[in-house]
Design a protein around this ligand. Structure first.
Ligand SMILES: [Zn+2]
Length: 243
């Protein structure tokens, strides 16, 4: 089936083709208006979604191929933008790694759900910013299935870093290249990164992030995630805010 020109006309102005590498482009779609409500907090974000495509494909060819691309079998990352992100001088961003258990189920084995929702609030209160939700970052890059095994190992006394190693993974295999390509397409001025991990800021800067600093985000500590958070401080370079 060929997509009608009417459909192409409606969506193509909201599609941007961004060069990612010699052979790949990123097809960025948005903004899509996304009103959100979580408890007392509500705000309207602009949502952008992206997918990597061959660099020789036109917008029409990308749209034409969607129905057979099986995109539901792979995960797509996206970004929630708030305010005039391209032009505002002082903006906050968060690079949030997907956490199926924490973000969706509210698991208290980690503080990801707290960090996600709190950073959305921080950005809305600040007036401008973006939250990148990175879909291939589950379990610091080990995937959801392996994460369940890592949790079983943690119940036997291994910490979060040791458990990933015991399953044959490096501790952290997350890549930020796509997110940085998208960020650069949305904004060229510097940003402030919301993170407790200065190493993450340094790694992102090495990959081309223009950031002039970072601000921490603590507060989601509970009895069930205390050991996990201690490990992040002791082994992964996180700095605890003592306030
Ligand atoms: Zn988590």
């Amino acid at each position: 089936m060929t997509i009608t020109t009417k459909v192409v006309d409606i969506v193509k102005d909201k599609m941007t083709i961004v060069k990612h590498s010699e052979t790949e482009n990123i097809c960025l779609v948005g903004p899509v208006k996304l009103p959100v409500k979580q408890g007392e907090f509500s705000a309207t974000f602009q949502w952008y979604n992206w997918v990597k495509v061959d660099s020789n494909l036109s917008k029409e060819e990308i749209i034409d191929g969607l129905a057979t691309a099986n995109l539901a079998f792979s995960q797509q990352s996206s970004v929630l933008v708030y305010g005039d992100f391209a032009n505002e001088e002082d903006v906050l961003i968060r690079m949030h790694s997907i956490c199926h258990t924490g973000d969706i189920f509210g698991s208290q084995r980690c503080d990801c759900g707290y960090q996600l929702h709190e950073s959305m609030k921080m950005i809305a209160e600040h007036g401008c910013g973006a939250i990148f939700y990175l879909a291939d970052h589950e379990g610091r890059g080990i995937g959801l299935f392996s994460k369940s095994l890592a949790y079983l190992l943690q119940e036997e006394g291994l910490d979060t870093v040791e458990a990933n190693h015991a399953l044959g993974f490096q501790d952290d295999t997350r890549s930020y290249e796509e997110a940085i390509t998208v960020l650069t397409a949305l904004r060229s001025k510097p940003v402030t990164l919301i993170t407790n991990n200065p190493k993450k800021l340094a790694a992102l800067q090495m990959h081309g992030l223009t950031a002039d600093g970072h601000i921490p985000l603590w507060g989601g500590v509970t009895e069930t995630n205390r050991f996990y958070l201690d490990t992040k401080v002791e082994k992964s370079g996180h700095i605890r805010d003592m306030k």
